[in-house]
Write a protein that binds this ligand. Structure first.
Ligand SMILES: C[S@@+](CC[C@H](N)C(=O)[O-])C[C@H]1O[C@@H](n2cnc3c(N)ncnc32)[C@H](O)[C@@H]1O
Length: 238
């Protein structure tokens, strides 16, 4: 996916870190309430360029995980004290367990119930007993509808970005949907590049997500409402 490789360093313009403040603080507060004991070590799965981490306290020991080396390189540059790990969240294994795990705005890259289960099992194995797991999908099956979004942004270095996203579901009976991205990159000298790509995305019902969490061994907790999506909060039993 070009958006997470060749064009990775456009993400701070596409989705600026200051827009994550409310969500990042709400996710951390929910995990702090759910963890038994202290939350000192937090792992984020599918962290991208790690804009959420900009809003978390410096004394939090962070492990930032992404399968894209280009996105992870940006995350490492922005958060030099964090441990960065290039890994597929479905196959992750840690030497040292963490207290809490966040999976936000990357759930859609799990394309089947097997992917969901593998990721939740890997998260369970990476947590200490009493540790908490927060899953924030962009959308669940019950709320899905075809949508078109457009946006853009300007950077201080003179670059600018415009994008249109078209989300649709050719076969509502399966677990995948399509997201077509068409975007323009404008360089400081005025040159414009046009690119486009279509991502296959996973879509699951509330029941499927809850069942996969329980099958992985988690105890389900009642989450608060978040500014983005419907959250699923779970704890590894002590
Ligand atoms: C839309 S970006 C969101 C990044 C970040 N969560 C945020 O909110 O800004 C999705 C990220 O998930 C990563 N990703 C997709 N599939 C993954 C997988 N199986 N394991 C780890 N990372 C994955 C992509 O490389 C990309 O950086």
């Amino acid at each position: 996916m070009r958006l997470y490789s060749l064009d990775a360093d456009w993400w701070p313009i596409i989705s600026p870190a200051h827009e994550y403040d409310e969500l990042a603080l709400a996710c951390l507060a929910m995990l702090q309430d759910a963890v038994e004991g202290d939350l000192g070590r937090l792992m984020e799965l599918g962290c991208g360029y790690a804009p959420m981490a900009d809003h978390w306290p410096d004394d939090l020991q962070l492990t930032l995980v992404d399968m894209s080396p280009d996105m992870l390189a940006l995350a490492a540059e922005r958060h030099p004290r964090a441990t960065t790990l290039k890994a597929d969240m479905r196959e992750l294994s840690l030497d040292e367990p963490v207290d809490a795990i966040l999976l936000q705005d990357a759930v859609m890259y799990l394309l089947s119930r097997n992917d969901l289960q593998a990721t939740f099992r890997a998260a369970f194995g990476s947590l200490r007993p009493g540790g908490a797991f927060l899953v924030v999908p962009d959308i669940v099956k019950e709320a899905y509808e075809e949508t078109t979004l457009s946006g853009g942004g300007e950077a201080e270095d003179g670059r600018a970005f415009r994008m249109q996203e078209w989300h649709f579901d050719p076969d509502p009976s399966d677990h995948t949907t399509q997201a077509a991205f068409s975007y323009m990159l404008r360089w400081p000298d005025g040159r414009v590049e046009h690119h486009g790509e279509t991502h296959t995305m996973g879509l699951f019902s509330v029941h499927e997500i809850q069942t996969a969490l329980e099958q992985a061994g988690f105890e389900l907790l009642q989450p608060d409402i978040l500014p983005a999506g419907l959250p699923f909060l779970a704890r590894k039993p002590v």
